[in-house]
Design a protein around this ligand. Structure first.
Ligand code: AGP
Length: 613
């Protein structure tokens, strides 16, 4: 994920670009750059490694001045963070381009362009965009037509901003799989990846749709759809006031972070899927070669991240057919594990600094040099990111509450993308199967938003726990891991002792715990194990427990005395169900904690990042 800003303004655009980039740093900050078209009609560029402030310092010494410009803050996918890989990229002094996303076929395009004597000065996939537009500009004469033609050769996901001295007075932008908005001002027009970057300049925004290309001047905005037909897009007035890591209108960070999940999930999917496929390059340019030869998967994590990994075990074995093991980091690192060649060693961590997980990675690299490591992490600056071969960032944004919520669901989304990618590389999944899963992923943000609407009913259910000291969570298949996450959330937030079991295991011991003072919480998607789960519910009920069942609408669990059934939604699949059923469990724990009067955001004895053993 990278951040783009640009504009055509009546005065020098540079301060607006710098200011906007600072708001976009949450999208990546390993390098930044900008290019303006000067009054002499020359592209003038400055780039710097690291945060935007480094770029700002460079600019003070160079005096960059022009009314048209584009800028970028980068999170590296192709090519390590360096000045030469920072955007904007310039082709033949004639095209300046900023790009967010991944051009999947860049190696193929690069080979063609090298044969035509185009020079490459970076390791990025973005330069092929500049060269393709340069080539098309010679043929078509206008930047708009050049961009419309060039993008037909790109596969993958992108948002682009392009300027050229050959067509001064214009910025041409394109959106396919990555967000881009237009801000309409009194004294100019602007573009950005996110409205937060422009909110101090304008409140009027146009949100581009998939496949849109727009030709922007200081006084006009003309938009074309994916068929190059001129279209009108609605102008929306933003209500956004400020961009802070504050609680906003929420009582606690945890509540805010629970409600941020639709956005966090959509940010995690951004530029990594199209409408029907997952982009393998989202895992880095070495991923395809590595994923093709993987024979085993070993997942290592702690706490909530472990629970996400447990769901992934079901997915990876089911979809990619690769034997997958999972273990908590604190055990794995000390037990002299056998590590086979061609193992993909996956660490999952919100913080990327969890001592046990980091040490497990270091240990395994010493045991067997022929493994490949991948981390799924929410902190781009963390040790796990630095020490792993492949990296995949969850884009949950800062998670302040000690109890993980949006970090968990975005880990699940990332692991779903991984499962599909492994399945493709191992030739275990057809295009049709991939399309079905991606369709479900594309609907996730709205499904999560729908599940969040049930907060009022969950507040009522939370009252059940007012005088309770124990609870039991049950589920089957991957939903067992969601039951574990539900139990973990309840115990860490409300200090109620909570256990989670695979529902079929109850009769082997834990059923002895059940009485009227031990509520049982079950998660019941309409999957192949539903009938088995229904039998387990009968077993529990006949022991006199109070029950809460979160069911998929079509599951039709038979109502019984002392049983509350809450229907969540319908048409869930093996990927979407675990993510959606997490939502009511998070809300339940949050509201039980409020009833119990505990410290929601900072529960006793816990730390957000456990950097000690
Ligand atoms: C979850 O609510 C907890 N805060 C905790 O279990 C956490 O998931 C665990 O400490 C692992 O942290 P990590 O994801 O930063 O590695």
């Amino acid at each position: 994920m990278c951040g783009i800003i640009g504009g055509i303004y009546q005065n020098n655009i540079t301060p607006i670009l710098i200011d906007g980039l600072k708001y976009l740093e949450y999208r990546g900050y390993d390098s930044a750059g900008l290019v303006v078209l000067t009054n002499d009609n020359v592209l003038q560029r400055v780039r710097a490694i690291g945060k935007v402030v480094n770029l700002e310092n460079n600019i003070n010494s160079e005096i960059i001045n022009g009314t048209i410009g584009i800028a970028h803050t980068r999170w590296a996918t192709h090519g390590k963070p360096s000045t030469k890989n920072a955007h904007p990229h310039i082709c033949n002094d004639s095209i300046g381009v900023v790009h967010n996303g991944i051009i999947e076929n860049f190696l193929e395009l690069k080979a063609q362009q090298q044969a035509q004597n185009y020079i490459f000065t970076s390791d990025t996939d973005t330069e092929v965009i500049g060269h393709a537009i340069h080539q098309a500009l010679k043929k078509y004469g206008t930047l708009l037509k050049a961009v419309q033609s060039a993008i037909t050769t790109f596969q993958g996901a992108y948002s682009l901003g392009v300027i050229s001295p050959q067509n001064p007075g214009h910025i041409v932008i394109a959106r396919s799989g990555s967000p881009l908005i237009i801000g309409l001002g009194d004294n100019g027009n602007f573009i950005a990846s996110d409205q937060v970057a422009l909110i101090s300049i304008t409140k009027q925004f146009i949100f581009l749709e998939e496949g849109d290309v727009a030709d922007i001047t200081k006084d006009s905005v003309i938009i074309f759809d994916k068929n190059n037909i001129k279209v009108e897009r609605e102008i929306k007035i933003s209500k956004l006031k400020n961009w802070q890591t504050s609680k906003g209108n929420y009582a606690h960070y945890m509540q805010k972070e629970i409600f941020e999940q639709p956005q966090a999930i959509s940010d995690t999917l951004e530029s990594r899927i199209t409408k029907d496929k997952v982009l393998t390059l989202a895992f880095g340019h070495k991923a395809e070669i590595i994923f093709k030869k993987i024979k085993h998967v070993q997942i290592i994590a702690c706490g909530t991240s472990y629970n996400a990994g447990l769901v992934a075990k079901y997915w990876i074995e089911d979809i990619a057919k690769i034997p997958t093991h999972i273990e908590v980091s604190s055990e794995y690192r000390y037990r002299n594990p056998i590590v086979l060649d061609n193992t993909l060693f996956i660490t999952i961590s919100q913080s990327g600094e969890t001592a046990d997980t980091l040490e497990a990675l270091r240990v395994v690299k010493k045991i067997n040099k022929n493994i490949h490591s991948l981390t799924i992490c929410n902190n781009s600056e963390s040790s796990l990111i630095r020490e792993s071969e492949l990296i995949f960032l969850t884009h949950a944004g800062p998670e302040i509450s000690v109890a993980s919520t949006k970090a968990f669901t975005t880990q699940l989304v990332s692991l779903a993308l991984l499962s599909v990618t492994l399945g493709k590389c191992q030739q275990q999944i057809s295009q049709t199967q991939e399309k079905v899963i991606v369709n479900g992923l594309n609907h996730l943000p709205s499904l999560v938003a729908k599940a969040l609407e049930q907060e009022d009913q969950i507040i009522e259910l939370a009252n059940t726990f007012k005088d309770k000291f124990n609870a039991l969570f049950i589920g089957r298949g991957s939903m067992h891991a969601i039951a574990m996450e539900g139990a973990l959330k309840l115990k860490e937030l409300s200090y109620i002792h909570a256990e989670a079991y695979p529902a079929g295991e109850l009769k082997h011991g834990p059923i002895a715990l059940i009485d009227k003072n031990t509520p049982v919480i079950a998660v019941a998607p309409n999957d192949e194990l539903l009938d088995k789960l229904k039998s387990n519910l009968q077993e529990v009920k006949s022991r006199g427990s109070q029950m809460i069942v979160f069911e998929e609408e079509s599951s039709k669990v038979t109502p019984m005395q002392d049983m509350n059934i809450l229907s969540i939604t319908n048409n869930l699949g093996r990927i979407t169900a675990p993510i959606i059923f997490t939502i009511p469990l998070q809300l339940l724990s949050y509201h039980v904690a409020l009833i119990k009067g505990t410290n929601v955001d900072q529960p006793r004895n816990l730390a957000k990042s456990v950097t000690v053993e």
